[in-house]
Design a protein around this ligand. Structure first.
Ligand code: FAD
Length: 530
């Protein structure tokens, strides 16, 4: 469909809607809008974002597909309960600022979540349109719409006016006339959130991932003095060191960090809590009244097979950190981080981390990238879109296979990986069918690099240095429903509590913890006064 055809379709739909003639069957007949993407061959050689974002016409047409269900089941599927029906309705009307405001009631990072949330198993799985069309991929693209308003909220309004496109919602025009929309770089310009007068209370946020960012923003808004302590030299957590640029541009995360700074949050990098200072020191000696622990799950799991210490074997964490945070893809032309110049790469795993590693290896120039996963594609935890993109980029999927050992040469460098073939047995505790090795099915693949992406665990440092904190048997911090830990004044959330989870869940917990911290600090302040 050309842009002109889309404009005509949108005009026709709006006219029908205004005359009260746009029925459910008409909405169900609107073609789902495909996400414009970078060409699959071209993108193998760059790290720019793959998904390019909806045009205004696409966004409004996609929004018109929403049936505006009274019971809005999609909201049940959203971990932070965004009022989806209302924000999608505002997009259909062309009121992007209103749409963004609705999303921001519950989600502080819409440009991030619109890109990386697994919507197909959350809000979109419950969408009535997808259910009616018996295909979840035909559900209203709620995530893409979220991304659209987050990226283009202000600018889109300016772009739309006077171009022969359908009229805007009057509220949007009023706001534009009032000069509220000044997108500069394709990203919506947003005001810095207001901060309450100083309370004299000090809050420490440990870790600058999505949970830490939200907890810092919400506690700062309440007027507390907030310091974020981050182990790396750059804040942003997995969003900067794990998820690659081609899925989540770093400028988006940087914008959130800049907003925190503008709000007066202090960000201290290269500061490892548990090494530089312990939590007890922060509270007893440095005067912090409350602490949020959002250190994630950064300890890579290994397979414990022969050959894992050979040269050329990476954990996905190390590989992605070198490539993303340290910009190894620019080695020799702007960055001094070495990384294997691999020709044949085996990535082991089936989650987002495995897809990101495989697709990064493609971009770093590997001739052949194998994705080795012991179940079938149906059981893969990776987002459907990432699997689709990996295949488009030429990643070779080896399903129902798993490494038995990694083979090295006389210099201790990887030359091959030996795998066993598998079949699926009965479902295991996770409900997925258990992979069962087929005896005698060994075979080898020649590779020079192996990247292990089979999961992450909690780093034990906080546990080792904070004896009064309660942990479960997997090393995750135990919290109550308000994200409060067993230690007075200490809260925790995100992957360190949930195990390796998602951005939106970490963000949700950061928010819950901040609300509880604000409440507890208000009580403490009252006690101090009396
Ligand atoms: P994290 O993002 O893990 O950040 C924790 C921060 O704490 C880090 O910056 C770390 O350096 C810092 N830190 C650790 N220890 C200390 C210490 N002792 N002192 C100070 N700082 C410390 N989720 C999705 O929803 N969608 C996706 O597509 C997706 N893709 C992913 C791809 C990859 C490669 C990875 C690794 C994860 C992905 N996830 C995805 C998961 C998601 O990124 C995480 O669930 C989320 O980032 C967890 O947030 P968090 O706030 O717990 O902290």
């Amino acid at each position: 469909m050309t842009n002109e055809e889309r404009r005509k379709l949108l005009r026709d739909l709006l006219a029908k809607k205004d005359s009260g003639g746009l029925k459910t069957k008409d909405r169900l007949a609107i073609p789902p809008q495909e996400m414009p993407e970078q060409d699959a061959t071209a993108r193998r050689r760059n790290v720019s974002e793959v998904a390019l974002g909806y045009t205004e016409e696409q966004a409004r047409i996609e929004a018109m597909r929403c049936l505006q269900c009274r019971n809005a089941l999609c909201v049940e599927g959203c971990p932070v309960r965004i009022r989806i029906r209302e924000f999608v309705g505002a997009i259909a009307q062309g009121d992007y600022q209103q749409a963004l405001a609705i999303i921001k009631e519950n989600s502080l990072l819409p440009a991030v979540c619109g890109r990386v949330c697994p919507q197909e198993v959350q809000c979109q799985e419950k969408c009535t349109v997808g259910l009616s069309l018996k295909d979840v991929s035909k559900a209203v693209s709620i995530g893409r719409l979220e991304r659209f308003v987050a990226d283009r909220g202000g600018e889109a309004i300016l772009a739309l006016r006077g171009e022969g496109v359908p009229p805007l919602h009057p509220a949007a025009v009023r706001r534009q006339d009032a000069g509220e929309t000044q997108g500069r770089d394709g990203l919506a310009t947003e005001a810095v959130p207001a901060v309450a007068p100083p309370t004299g209370m000090k809050v420490a946020i440990i870790g600058s991932g999505p949970g830490g960012i939200v907890a810092a923003a919400d506690t700062r808004r309440a007027g507390h003095e907030v310091t974020v302590f981050e182990a790396f030299h750059k804040p942003g957590g997995v969003m900067v060191y794990g998820i690659p640029e081609f899925r989540l541009p770093k400028a988006i995360v940087q914008r959130e960090i800049d907003t925190l700074r503008k709000m007066g949050v202090k960000i201290v990098t290269n500061f490892i809590v548990g090494r530089t200072r312990t939590i007890e020191q922060l509270m007893k000696e440095d005067g912090f009244d409350a602490v949020y622990i959002g250190v994630g799950a950064g300890l890579p799991s290994f397979m414990n097979v022969e050959g894992e210490s050979l040269v050329g074997v990476y954990s996905a964490n190390e590989y992605l950190t070198r490539a993303n945070l340290m910009k190894a893809y620019q080695f020799g032309s702007g960055a001094d981080t070495p990384i294997a110049m691999s020709k044949r790469v085996a990535v082991v795993g089936g989650g987002n981390v495995a897809m990101d590693s495989a697709r990064t290896a493609v971009r770093l120039g590997a001739e052949k990238v194998y994705l080795i996963y012991r179940r079938t594609e149906k059981e893969m935890p990776a987002r459907v879109e990432e699997v689709h993109h990996a295949k488009q980029e030429g990643v070779d999927f080896h399903l129902l296979q798993n490494p038995k050992r990694i083979i090295g040469d006389a210099n201790g460098s990887v030359v091959a990986i030996e795998c066993l073939r598998y079949e699926l047995g009965e479902p295991d505790a996770s409900g997925r069918r258990r992979p069962v090795a087929i005896p005698g099915s060994e075979f080898q693949i020649d590779v020079d690099t192996v990247i292990i992406a089979i999961g992450n665990l909690a780093n034990p440092l906080i546990r080792q240095t904070t004896p009064s904190l309660g942990f479960n048997k997997w090393g995750n911090i135990i919290v109550d429903e308000s994200c409060k830990t067993s230690m007075e004044g200490v809260y925790a959330g995100g992957d360190i509590v949930l195990g390796a989870a998602t951005v939106i869940l970490a963000m949700g917990q950061g928010r819950i913890a901040a609300a509880a911290m604000n409440e507890s600090l208000a009580r403490k302040r009252e006690r101090r006064k009396s």
